[in-house]
Design a protein around this ligand. Sequence first.
Ligand SMILES: NC(=O)c1ccc[n+]([C@@H]2O[C@H](COP(=O)([O-])OP(=O)(O)OC[C@H]3O[C@@H](n4cnc5c(N)ncnc54)[C@H](O)[C@@H]3O)[C@@H](O)[C@H]2O)c1
Length: 378
Amino acid sequence: MNKSSINAVIIGTGMIAHVHFRSLKTAGVNVLGLVDANPEQAKKVAKAWGVEVFEELEQALKHDAVDVVHICTPNIFHYEMAKQALLAGKHVICEKPLATNLSDAIELQQLAAEKNVVTGVPFVYRYHPMVREARARIASGELGSLHLIHGSYLQDWLLEQSDNNWRVDPTKGGASRAFADIGSHWCDLMEWVTGERFTQLTSHFHTAQKERSTAATETFSDRNNQAIDNSQKASVTTEDIANLLLVTENNTPATLTISQVSAGRKNRLWFEIDGSNSSLEFDQEKPEQLWVNTREAKSLIVRDPTQGSDEQKRLSLTPAGHAQGYSHCFDAFIIDFYDTILGATPEGLPTFDDGARAAKIIDAALNSSKQKQWVSID
Ligand SMILES: NC(=O)c1ccc[n+]([C@@H]2O[C@H](COP(=O)([O-])OP(=O)(O)OC[C@H]3O[C@@H](n4cnc5c(N)ncnc54)[C@H](O)[C@@H]3O)[C@@H](O)[C@H]2O)c1
């Protein structure tokens, strides 16, 4: 069996579904069909992709040839769709957040373990070669004991009152918006890179835009700069900004700022990890570089398939200076997922265990913000 004999279906045909499709093609996986709630959109995308339209998920799940389901819909549908797919015995990639509440995420994690299928949650920043390099350097002890973890994940696509999207609405996106949407990526990445799990946190959620226009519904992937009728507004209950203090199991302190209203910041996931010997710094918008600092000198390490850790080398697809980015991370995630179906055990594949872990941190952050106090994570 090889990847071309594995059949996938994609649920949802929006921004991230296109990224999944492209990566599946790159991996050589056969995409059998798609499902979308909007029949016109389903038809249009199916034609472009050259795949079949299934009217509903149930129809795709009944199809014996379907091996893997990719869930790329708004967050609120993830739990039910992933549950149905697992019950049908399919392998599942479910977009983050795995579910919009902790108990649903844990149920999915347990069901996946019972069904003994391969699961994935696309925490794809793990797949930047320089992130792998950072992880390897920490694991080797190069940084010494960790003194401090700090960072941020900033975007600006919800800056204005006229910006809106289903993510803003808790009935579609869940009770936490900015933190669940992008804070979950940062927390997953930091636990994975440092090898230290967060054990407690305190958070402060803030909504900068108290009202948003109901006329604008899509500004994440499709901002068209048209004038928006701002006269119809709805109040906003989900957070634009989250500030957190966290502590790891080794008592290492961490600080995190999450925002979707920071002008000029597009997708700036940034972290610095400071150890007793040296520190390192990574910026997702400059992913070919890793800054490594000692008290004496600051050095810039550039991605190079002939240098550094085995995992940096494994995930480096192009020579140094031939830039890789986000979509290569996605490609690598998809390849590792399908190789796992074929029996491989690649390092760092994020699964439903990691999705449930993120749900636990999101739950703790929501509770802490409401209760205005420190909350334990496990
Ligand atoms: N891993 C990442 O880096 C990453 C990046 C972006 C988005 N995401 C996640 O991907 C998911 C989708 O985000 P997006 O930006 O692609 O959204 P989107 O709005 O662009 O697309 C959503 C798609 O789902 C379809 N849809 C809605 N309800 C449906 C239903 N009941 N059944 C079938 N199809 C339905 C819509 O018609 C649309 O095609 C979200 O959960 C988001 O958090 C992950």
